[in-house]
Design a protein around this ligand. Sequence first.
Ligand SMILES: Cc1cc2nc3c(=O)[nH]c(=O)nc-3n(C[C@H](O)[C@H](O)[C@H](O)COP(=O)(O)OP(=O)(O)OC[C@H]3O[C@@H](n4cnc5c(N)ncnc54)[C@H](O)[C@@H]3O)c2cc1C
Length: 484
Amino acid sequence: MTSLHWFRSDLRIADNTALWHACRDASTSGGSVVGVYTICPDQWAEHDMAPVKVDLILRTLRELSTDLAELNIPLRILKLPRYADVPASLVSLCRELGARSLYLNKEYELNEVRRDERVAEAIAGQEISFHAFDDQTVVPPGSLRTGEGRWYTVFTPFKKSWIKLLEADGIPEVLPAPKKQAPLDPRAIFDPIPTLVANFDTWPRPELWPAGEKAAISRLSHFIELSINAYKDQRDIPSIDGTSTLSHHLSIGSISPRQCLHAALEANKGKLDGSDKSSAGGAKHWISELVWREFYRHLMVSFPRLSMARAFKPETELLKWRDDPASLNAWQEGRTGLPIVDAAMRSLLHTGWMHNRLRMVVAMYLTKDLLIDWRHGERHFMRHLVDGDLAQNNGGWQWSASTGTDAAPYFRIFNPISQSRKFDSDGTFIRRWVPELAELDNDDIHDPSGLPALLRSTLNYPEPIVDRAIVKDRVLAAFQAIRR
Ligand SMILES: Cc1cc2nc3c(=O)[nH]c(=O)nc-3n(C[C@H](O)[C@H](O)[C@H](O)COP(=O)(O)OP(=O)(O)OC[C@H]3O[C@@H](n4cnc5c(N)ncnc54)[C@H](O)[C@@H]3O)c2cc1C
């Protein structure tokens, strides 16, 4: 009997919970496994998926298809405009293959949950069994509750509870790649992987983002070997390769969070937390970032409105954001006249990625300095990020805009120039992305607006689009208006 494994954001064979179960069940019953991936260009465009992410998915599928073939598992590709088309197509693929069971790892975004419910209904009508697994996180989202049985809405108690659970129950093991399946029927079909998807431009710099499971594991090993111990000190410096840059692999599942956690634990003497004084203090901080990822997924499951472009704090829906398309455009293109913001925004357009410290700086700048609705920033990020991920992107934006849970308080506003002096002190990052300013000294480069007008006119660099002197009062007034 054949089983179908539906790949989605789990594009790997090692430590893939549903695939492992599908193969084990097939081996014990003398059956076989076929993989399937659904490409939905209209839906993906509606979800603002970035061309760089689509390109990464296609290249990862190519690697995956080769690895699966070695296990005698063919990969089929279904091209369907929208999620609504998926249930009927999966049912007909099951019929074509004679498949009696469907395996998948759960996705937690609202449209994906609804799609999967429709699929479960459609296949139940055909007497095909449905097997769904929690795989995207170490602790299943939504499974931790406070002592009063409520959802966690604050990070620190969530993290404590996350650690307590794992210390009590043990850390989930990393599952091996499935065993080689029985030889294939010579008529088995291996679908070619497309090189382009309708609605999405070609991404011109694929070499920036090596694809596939092997590339992900190699990047993890490199980080653990060379950078994790210094992570605490280096993670905020955008000119240094001090973070793991695994977020794109985590977002499409070419690596699992359990693989990351086990590697970090090895570097942290087996401890989930631990003293800062230990030489491996960096690993503790890195584990904490993995927990932030789990926290934002947990919030998305607990509060479905987060998948619907709604603020976590409902009262902030009343905030009077400014309608200022020219400033929004200048922010998107890196022409705000604020060097660290422009450098960060240009790096996003060129590479499809942005350093975490800079994501916070530019998000604060858009929502506080410009007082522009966080949803514009969230959408722009999704349209350009290789690691675009609804839960984390929404979490990061609502944190910066002070509309989220456990967010930055509205009255604590980053000063982007101080951030620039602190985290890019010698201007290395700015010089790289804003070459117009490369000749300025280490002081002026953070704020050229203070230079004499004649010198400024030779720089070919815009004047600041907002006067920082008015920013704080304007934001405070806007937030205080909704408090009233
Ligand atoms: C406004 C804003 C938008 C963001 N949008 C996204 C997004 O779309 N996709 C995305 O993966 N991350 C997003 N982040 C979180 C973070 O910036 C990235 O995960 C991180 O920069 C990725 O780099 P890294 O893999 O080197 O991270 P590391 O520092 O090596 O951290 C390891 C992993 O932990 C997770 N992580 C790290 N920092 C955070 C964080 N602050 N919140 C949640 N998880 C974290 C990521 O999965 C990351 O890969 C956003 C943050 C902000 C402030």
